[in-house]
Design a protein around this ligand. Structure first.
Ligand SMILES: [Zn+2]
Length: 251
């Protein structure tokens, strides 16, 4: 697992403990792989940006500022007010290049954490959607994706819209729904990430990452409410997947 130093609530050490308890494997934590990256990597990452969510990926030709922004990100000093969308699979390709050939051909499983919003284009509705997990080896877990991709309560959006005409007070609406969705700097994040780690590993091992039961940590939550339920309130695998896990670890 490669750290994302800007998000302390990931708690890599805690997650290491979780993985070791769950799987009979060695777990290694590393610094963010971008820490030692060069300018050409910054340019490649900047070219993964999505500007039109209704169009499939087209390689973006980044400006100097966009490249400098990514470089500043390596040093963990970049600041932006807006959330930038990146094509998750393109980003995954760039990060894969940073793994040494020797490790790339070994049976190591790499998991990158990022605060970048990874997105994938969905051919069913012809648009990009935010994703918390890009499942592959290496896998990417996006903390911004966990917070932004599953939707907040419908009422939250309705309140936002109805208040819009009367002069919006986003803070009071946020306060009203506090706790019903994950926020930035949420201490529950690490526990939630455990579920995404399971999804990444199940996908790697079985080719399937999701379960259709909300009573399972492999549930692909589209709503924050369901995410909090399956990962915190319920917090375990369903019967079927407990059996799959058992087979995996006794193999
Ligand atoms: Zn299940």
């Amino acid at each position: 697992m490669y750290d994302e130093p800007t998000i302390s609530n990931i708690q890599l050490e805690r997650l290491t403990g979780f993985l070791k308890e769950t799987f009979p494997v060695k777990v290694e934590t590393r610094e963010n792989i971008l820490k030692f990256a060069k300018k050409d990597t910054a340019a490649k990452i900047a070219s993964c940006r999505i500007f039109n969510p209704r169009k499939p990926y087209e390689k973006h030709h980044p400006s100097i500022d966009e490249i400098l922004f990514e470089e500043a990100n390596f040093e963990d000093t970049a600041k932006t007010e807006n959330i930038i969308m990146y094509d998750g699979f393109e980003l995954q390709k760039v990060l894969t290049e940073l793994i040494s050939n020797e490790e790339g051909s070994s049976d190591l499983f790499h998991i990158f954490f990022t605060n970048k919003l990874t997105c994938t284009y969905d051919c069913n509705d012809y648009r990009y959607h935010g994703r918390a997990l890009i499942g592959a080896n290496p896998s990417i877990i996006s903390t911004t994706g966990i917070i932004e991709a599953p939707a907040k309560p419908r009422e939250y959006y309705l309140d936002l819209i109805s208040n819009y005409t009367q002069g919006i007070n986003v803070e009071s609406i946020k306060q009203k729904y506090k706790g019903t969705y994950l926020e930035y700097n949420d201490t529950r994040l690490s526990k939630i990430i455990e579920g995404y780690l399971l999804q990444a590993i199940f996908y790697f091992e079985t080719g399937k990452e999701f379960c259709d039961k909300t009573e399972c940590r492999l549930f692909n939550a589209h709503w924050q409410k369901d995410l909090l339920y399956s990962q915190l309130e319920n917090g375990k695998l369903c019967e079927t997947h407990q059996q799959v896990l058992k087979k995996l670890i006794t193999r």
